[in-house]
Design a protein around this ligand. Sequence first.
Ligand SMILES: NC(=O)c1ccc[n+]([C@@H]2O[C@H](COP(=O)([O-])OP(=O)(O)OC[C@H]3O[C@@H](n4cnc5c(N)ncnc54)[C@H](OP(=O)(O)O)[C@@H]3O)[C@@H](O)[C@H]2O)c1
Length: 251
Amino acid sequence: MTTPILITGASSGLGAEMARQLAARGHDLALCARRTERLEELRAEILDAHPDRRVELRALDVTDGDAVHTVFRDFAETFGRLDRIVVNAGIGQGAPLGTGRPDANRETAMTNFVGALAQLEAAMEVFRAQGGGHLVMVSSMSAMRGMPGSMATYAATKAGVAHLVEGLRAELHGKPGYDFTVLYPGYIASEMNEGVEAARNKLMVSTEKGVAAMVSAIERKRDSACVPALPWAPLSVVLRHAPMPVFRRLI
Ligand SMILES: NC(=O)c1ccc[n+]([C@@H]2O[C@H](COP(=O)([O-])OP(=O)(O)OC[C@H]3O[C@@H](n4cnc5c(N)ncnc54)[C@H](OP(=O)(O)O)[C@@H]3O)[C@@H](O)[C@H]2O)c1
């Protein structure tokens, strides 16, 4: 039996590669993003490789809360149900607080947190109506601790969305049919981090390798996973607990 999976932010990077790898594992796909021409290209590629798959597309800006509800409901009606929803859409821009770029930080907050909140509202409405589902949140390693400078707002949004899902997990604990996975990716090649400085690229893995770790954690319905596990699972402990002078040398 195929399981329809909704992925937001599927037009590039991790979202597009999750779509490819989940299609290869036999899942049907509900894909959305603002750049619909990218989605069309991705659908053609997936159907070329897997002609039996079903891939539905919708244009969606996740900062438009009403549109998020409309698109999620529409996908649920189109497929009859949505077994899994991956909240992935996000941006990475930002500037140190108080340096004259509140627009950049606000846009990140609106997309990554307020947009994700709208997606969780819409996803849980679908799941509650059908009696369950698997919610996957794409957080970030930066959620492990307050981050300095241009990362501050981004990291706060990623900590915030992880907490929202942990709240849902606590609320629905023991209720059959509901699963929650929070992914904490490290550096995975994508459009978002094309500008990351060379030093950090030592820890960067290819999109295919990074997303394979994400898809494995999703399919196993892990509660949470740092991806790829090495070096990020041990590094998560260091990031959380290192004394400030050590932390500042790392970041
Ligand atoms: N790559 C990494 O190393 C890394 C690490 C940690 C966490 N993450 C997280 O992984 C997720 C995917 O990022 P990525 O690395 O794959 O970056 P990416 O290649 O830039 O992809 C971002 C995706 O989000 C979509 N998006 C952005 N703003 C949107 C909006 N307002 N409405 C709808 N869709 C929107 C984009 O689609 P459109 O522009 O077509 O709308 C695109 O498909 C993000 O949540 C990011 O924070 C990535």
